[in-house]
Design a binder for this molecule. Structure first.
Ligand code: ZN
Length: 447
């Protein structure tokens, strides 16, 4: 199978008249400045697929269902979490497969070709481990296999309701494990990933709220390599509670007490001081930004311009999956910074446009965070390629990315692991996946 593009963004920059020869799941050869050959599949603009570095796939089922003010008092992250916990109580492994497949189908249609699934819904409705401890993770792996998206599975260790080892709440019963139980769960996850093309297994201490320092050390000993992801400093009350517990802010505490390095992804890191930004950059860790969800939950704005000025790395994630759109995550990231600084093109760097800078960071940072480096359209790399829909308006180079992200670009086709999974803007299995999802949602909402 050979693809031919009028133009393609390769690791070295834009090239014209590009032939990409697929060799199974990988890119076998790339030629530039050549005409299409008979039999080539011809397209307009080729980009690498982007990593979605932070997803809770099951939350797709509550998208749009938590936008009415709930009861008395303030509606914020914590009241949203109560709605999420009610949904969690009802989900079966079959539901998780159905909802995750819908989310992954939409990710592929939106230009994401690998997902980092931060997976914490482990046990049955009573909080008991399934006979097969990783039953829920296996449902996530099945959704990846059904849709074709590459999976970095991040099984979450969750043990406490607050800093200092507070006992977990009843609503958290489906998440919590002790260290022995988590070790069994992680073994089950490795089994669930066997045979899944390009799958990566990582580890995720949920947050400093949910994991004690001793447990954090034990988790890292259990997983001596692979990605490490943690939610950190998403909310001001979380920062205040961490200060009360330890005298340090959450990111500062992590940098001082954990071996944070380039295996790590600090998810959100919204509320950070300049010394914490400098510490993240020095560690080599990636910051995992989820602009749509962070806006939806009223988290706050991460100082992304300061991170780039210091030479730091970020990727983007769809987190709650309230909307799934790679271009929109990048657009909202830049717009948040524009509103904050009251300037334009805040995140453009070097001689690259804003869209190009955002895209390059999301690709490299996301791939690092998901254990899938190097990324990009290169010989030997996984054939994860997005073809933008042609707009016929004659722009070229970085302006193509700016049009896709800031204006009205669409996606025509997506190849994941060499297989065309999106054609004409639609996932090839969309109809069946969407029909099953509608049945699942109707049942969940009626319960
Ligand atoms: Zn999250």
């Amino acid at each position: 199978m050979t693809l031919w593009f009028e133009t393609a963004l390769l690791p070295g920059g834009w090239a014209r008249d590009v032939r990409i020869v697929l060799s199974g799941a990988r890119i076998g050869a790339i030629e530039t400045g050549v005409a299409a050959q008979p039999g080539d599949s011809r397209h307009g603009v080729a980009l690498s697929g982007l990593p979605d570095l932070h997803s809770h796939a099951f939350q797709r089922a509550m998208a749009g269902l938590a936008e009415a003010p709930g009861g008395a008092g303030r509606d914020d992250f914590w009241s949203w979490r109560e709605t999420m916990y009610r949904l969690v109580g009802r989900l079966t492994p079959e539901d998780v497969l159905s909802v995750a497949a819908m989310a992954y189908c939409e990710m592929l249609e939106a230009g994401f070709t690998r997902v980092g699934e931060f997976h914490y819904l482990h046990h049955d409705a009573d909080g008991q481990p399934y006979a097969e401890p990783a039953r829920m993770a296996a449902a996530v792996a099945s959704a990846s296999a059904e849709t074709g998206i590459a999976l970095t599975l991040l099984p979450v260790f969750y043990a406490h309701a607050g800093f200092g080892g507070a006992a977990p709440s009843e609503a958290q019963r489906r998440f919590v494990s002790d260290l022995d139980g988590f070790a069994r769960l992680r073994e089950g996850c490795a089994t669930a990933l066997a045979g899944l093309d390009g799958a990566v297994l990582g580890t995720a201490p949920h947050s400093l709220r949910a994991v004690t320092p001793g447990e954090l050390s034990a988790l890292l000993a259990l997983a001596p390599d692979g990605p490490v992801h943690i939610h950190v400093a998403e909310q001001v009350p979380e920062v205040e509670a961490c200060l009360a517990w330890s005298g340090a802010r959450p990111v500062r505490w992590l940098l001082d007490h954990a071996p944070v390095c380039d295996r790590w992804c600090l998810v959100h890191a919204t509320h950070v001081e300049p010394d914490e930004v400098a510490g993240i950059v020095a560690s080599g860790a990636v910051v995992g930004l989820c602009p749509i969800t962070e806006a939806n939950l009223g988290d706050g704005l991460f100082p992304a311009a300061a991170l780039l000025d210091a030479g730091g790395k970020f990727g983007v994630g769809s987190d709650s999956n309230v909307r799934i759109d790679a271009a929109e995550e990048l657009r909202l990231l830049e717009y948040g910074q524009r509103l904050l600084h009251r300037k334009r093109t805040v995140l453009a760097r070097d001689d690259r446009s804003t869209g190009r800078t955002l895209f390059d960071h999301a690709l490299a940072g996301g791939a690092q965070a998901l254990g899938a480096s190097p990324a990009g359209i290169a010989i030997g790399a996984s054939a994860d390629i997005v073809a933008l829909a042609a707009d016929g308006e004659g722009v070229s180079g970085d302006a193509l990315l700016d049009r896709w992200i800031f204006a009205r670009g669409g996606i025509e086709s997506v190849w994941r692991g060499g297989r065309e999974v999106v054609r004409g803007g639609r996932h090839v299995s969309r109809d069946a996946i969407a029909a099953r999802y509608r049945r699942t949602l109707a049942r969940l909402v009626s319960q």
